[in-house]
Design a protein around this ligand. Structure first.
Ligand code: PXP
Length: 240
């Protein structure tokens, strides 16, 4: 069964709307775990637009499953990661003006810097995943820079509107996952996944875990976090 990492950034986004203390992503993470989450993901952005340093510190102490920190190749954040020691770091590109992470990491352009950061994180015992577009060559470079895993960017798949487009994007994901698996990389997937488009992702045999934020937090507003996570877990089960 594919594992589920729940991204609680958007709980912090609601908190940020009023610059107050609620809702607390730390409480949300506890409930997500009670609902069956296999891991908790947060993105500590340079501009701290949703998750704050305090959230990371507390989640490190409270998460019972696995804490996955999404982070840019930014020295300040790297130092924080090396001090707080999440179980996993997912390196992502970051632009201040974007609403959410728009594309995968440009592993070719950042190759040398990536190699150095991946090594520092791994030496500290942190598993390292790279958030990348589903492109075969990128899988090979990801392996070369020392990553343990890749998270395939499913944004284009999620945004595809016609059946033909969806199929085209799925083929890209399958091919990239196959090559990543051959390279010995662990394969994750995420971005834009929801209670409908998740089903086809289950047909990609190499995908071990998906990271889902927006759709789960959106549903949680209406039905509660535990139930929203449980419903996604049910869809990920081998019997659906
Ligand atoms: N994976 C990565 C690397 C991300 O940056 C995000 C968005 O923060 C997600 C997964 C979750 O995407 P969504 O909120 O669309 O489910």
């Amino acid at each position: 069964m594919i594992k589920l990492g729940v991204n609680v950034d958007h709980v912090a986004t609601v908190r940020q709307a009023r610059r107050t203390v609620e809702p607390d992503p730390v409480a949300a993470a506890v409930l997500a775990e009670l609902g069956g989450a296999d891991g908790i993901t947060i993105h500590l952005r340079e501009d701290r637009r949703h998750i704050h340093d305090r959230d990371l510190e507390l989640l490190r102490k409270t998460v019972q499953t696995r804490l996955n920190l999404e982070m840019a190749l930014n020295e300040e954040i790297v130092k924080i990661a090396l001090r707080v020691l999440p179980d996993q770091a997912t390196l992502v590109p970051e632009k201040r003006e974007e609403v959410t992470t728009e594309g995968g990491l440009d592993v070719l352009a950042h190759r040398n810097n990536l190699k150095a950061v991946v090594k520092r994180l791994k030496d500290a015992g942190i598993k390292v995943s790279l958030f990348v577009d589903p492109v075969v060559e990128v899988m090979r470079v990801s392996k070369k820079v020392g990553a343990d895993a890749v998270e395939l960017h499913t944004g284009s798949y999620a945004n595809a509107r016609t059946e033909k487009e969806v199929e085209k994007e799925l083929v890209k994901l399958k091919e990239a996952a196959r090559v990543a698996g051959e390279e010995g990389l662990v394969v994750f997937a995420g971005h834009g996944l929801n209670y409908i488009n998740i089903l086809a992702i289950k047909t990609i045999p190499q995908v071990e875990e998906v990271n889902i934020g927006h759709s789960i937090v959106s549903r949680a507003v209406l039905v509660g976090i535990k139930r929203a996570v449980r419903e996604m877990k049910n869809l990920l089960s081998d019997y659906v």
